[in-house]
Design a binder for this molecule. Sequence first.
Ligand code: ADP
Ligand code: ZN
Length: 438
Amino acid sequence: MGKETSPCWNPKIEMMPKKDLESLQLKLLRSLVSRVYDSSSYYRQRMEASNLTPDDIHGLKDIIKLPFMTKKDLRDNYPDKFFLAPKRDIVRYHASSGTTGKATIVGYTRNDIDAWTESLARSLTSIGLGADDVIQVSNTYGLFTGGLGFHYAAERIGAAVIPASTGNTQRQIELIKDLGVTALAATPSYLMYLGEIAEKMGISIKNDTVLRTGLLGAEPWSEGMRDRIQNWLGVKGINCFGASELAGPLWSECSYQKGIHIWGDFAYFEVLDTKTHEPLGLGEKGELVITMLQKEAFPLIRYRIGDITSMDDEKCECGRTHPRMARITGRVDDMLIVRGINIFPSQVEYSLLTNPEVGNEFQIIVERKSALDSMMVKVELKPEAFTDSIAELNKVRERIEHKLRSTLNVSACVELVQPGTLPRFEGKAKRVVDNRKL
Ligand code: ADP
Ligand code: ZN
């Protein structure tokens, strides 16, 4: 499939000689650090605690002098203590799931939305998409960033956009067929599910539609899954990456599918040893740390996003010079991604413990029976809450399920178990059993 080099959205930047790109990154980093030092008490205090001023950043490598940021910092500064832009310059808010059920709010200025859109527009163009395409966006619209992120970028490159969002799969398949959809943005597992439902409807995605590109991300997936999607559905699976704290979906592979092009004028990626936090070499797998170089409302400097991957710095066959990120192969924390939604066991615990009947032990079991993931939570009851009345137990179970759904944004089946029946742990509790095979 299409190995020919596709047009470039912004050739001057995308094909920039490496040395020039690095000078540009240094310029942007220095101005970012000065800006946060001058106008944010949070950053200034942290830099002062490390005995740093903006003048200590002489080269890109000096970034390692700067302190890390974590999800906890974002949570502690809820809702907008981090924001650097005045309130009247904020034009949009999104929210991402937090680890205790409290969301992280991200604000955007006009320029932030523009940079986000430009970033993904470059990526979509690098896959060969453009004005002749019909792009169906089957990511969630709303507080999640997936839907609107792909929507704006697809519009910017002149494609026709179908804002399908999630759900109503039969209707989605009819739209794909009737409107000649050529590209679909979704989680890889949703595309597989859609393929199964289409077959039940007597429609072959491969033979009866012109859908040829899948813009796939938001959850881990493998080369094996890419092959299946390609062979079974005739859809070229393109790996896409982003996160709501950074903006939303921002980057993808180009048509050569050799790693995700990370636009260096927008972001600087480091890969560090998971234990020592020493920088690793190209191709070495470790913890990803991200600095967003141009964000106005919500800057992020050395943000420990939690993903494990490696970087490649060779010029791509397509001619683009920016660094490329390999597949994400794991997490440094215990975050689970179920149907594209991030879930922390601590969120599950937080929700469960709001029910007076719930004891101290629970276990999360994730399966992939058909294409879509399902999540079950086994919950121990307190001895005094345990009863022989099935009606009583059902009522408790339904209430727990309802609360979980509203905390996690994804439904989970709850199974109530007798006190003392779940495994106990002497060390770190292992509360997640993930039976999915990628
Ligand atoms: P998204 O809309 O991409 O799901 P979130 O902020 O909800 O944004 O989640 C971001 C996280 O999702 C990333 O840190 C990463 O763990 C995961 N993720 C996103 N894209 C991919 C991908 N292509 N492969 C593996 N994991 C991904
Ligand atoms: Zn490329």
